[in-house]
Design a protein around this ligand. Structure first.
Ligand SMILES: *[C@@H]1O[C@H](CO)[C@@H](O)[C@H](O)[C@H]1NC(C)=O
Length: 326
């Protein structure tokens, strides 16, 4: 019973907050002009995720990387010399073919109507749902951007070696709070990273000759086995130990227990300004705290999805997601 009351309070809290966000996108932007758009994205994402569940995390990450550079405008999807895709932090991105496939099917149904930026935002939501996370209504009406510069990627995207203070600054630059930061990093509950992005923590961290002391000793042995000092730099390791395909709070419990893989994730537990949020999401009171995370994640995704959106007559509706109409 208490849980039911808490759920109702959380729902009221969620909708009250969302309605206050002043974006220019809205739920159901294509309900008249392309009513099948969301269904087409969903079935396309489903078929790829069923074949390879890792694609779900890839699509969520692709949306995130899109939004942090030039806003959520599909700029990350452009291919070609010196586009965002060619920047080092974007080299491991995956899921482009899913967006292009959904775009092709939607163009056949209603040409020139649905933006690639919106397809990506819908695909990110569907990916969370397919990994058993909570759904939300995606606000649509974004238009596709007209530029994509590799040179803008590094300064805008958070990096695995960023301090909490730098991570907070990068989120604040997009009008996202510290709570949004911790919540959105929770997206690491699904997916993997490469040995090269954390191996420096395992052997000679900050030239001490030892591993990062914040790594749980049991887990350190496992990570060292997975990523030998001279092994394959591109070998993939789960970001959320033992739960990489389930969208849940296990990621926060892993952080609390010293089982974070990326340095920037583990630091959320060292910094007093983020520790309490990790603690809350990791909370042991069963489903309730899981729900709190999932509702907050949905809310933070709507907020992130409104970063720098182009609407109305700005930008264009691309015909092919990897190319400007030009
Ligand atoms: C750790 O790195 C420092 C600086 O590069 C180096 O001087 C030292 O020998 C290394 N220690 C080990 C145990 O590899």
């Amino acid at each position: 019973m208490d849980q039911v009351v808490a759920i109702i309070i959380l729902l009221v809290f969620l909708f009250a907050n969302v309605s206050m966000i002043q974006g220019s996108t809205r739920v159901g932007f294509y309900s008249e002009t392309c009513p099948k758009a969301e269904k087409i994205v969903k079935s396309t994402v489903e078929s790829y995720v069923n074949a390879n569940i890792g694609i779900a995390a890839g699509l969520l990450r692709l949306h995130f990387h899109d939004c942090f550079v030039q806003g959520c405008d599909g700029s990350v999807l452009i291919s070609g010399p010196s586009s965002e895709r060619t920047a080092i932090p974007n080299l491991g991105l995956r899921g482009f073919e899913v967006i292009e496939d959904a775009k092709g099917k939607i163009e056949a149904e209603c040409p020139g109507v649905v933006s690639c930026a919106d397809i990506l935002a819908i695909a990110a939501r569907d990916s969370v749902v397919l990994t058993k996370g909570l759904s939300w209504s995606v606000w649509t009406g974004r238009r596709d951007g007209l530029v994509s510069y590799a040179s803008e990627v590094l300064a805008n995207l958070p990096s695995p070696t960023d301090s909490v203070s730098v991570q907070k600054d990068k989120f604040a630059a997009k009008e996202l709070t510290t709570e949004d930061l911790v919540t959105l990093v929770g997206g690491h509950t699904i997916g993997q990273t490469d040995c090269q992005f954390f191996r420096y923590r395992l052997y000679n961290f900050t030239s001490t000759g030892n591993a990062d002391p914040t790594i749980n000793p049991d887990y350190l042995a496992e990570l060292q086995r997975l990523c030998p000092a001279d092994g394959d730099a591109t070998k993939r390791v789960a970001l959320d130990k033992d739960s990489q395909n389930n969208f849940d709070v296990s990621f926060f419990r892993n952080i609390r227990n010293g089982n974070g893989v990326l340095e920037s994730d583990q630091k959320l537990w060292s910094d007093p300004s983020t520790k309490s949020l990790v603690q809350m999401y990791a909370g042991a009171l069963g489903g309730l705290f899981g729900l709190r995370f999932e509702l907050s994640f949905a809310q933070a995704m709507v907020k992130m999805g409104n970063i720098g959106v182009k609407t109305g007559t700005e930008g264009e509706i691309r015909k092919i997601c990897s190319q400007f109409n030009g």
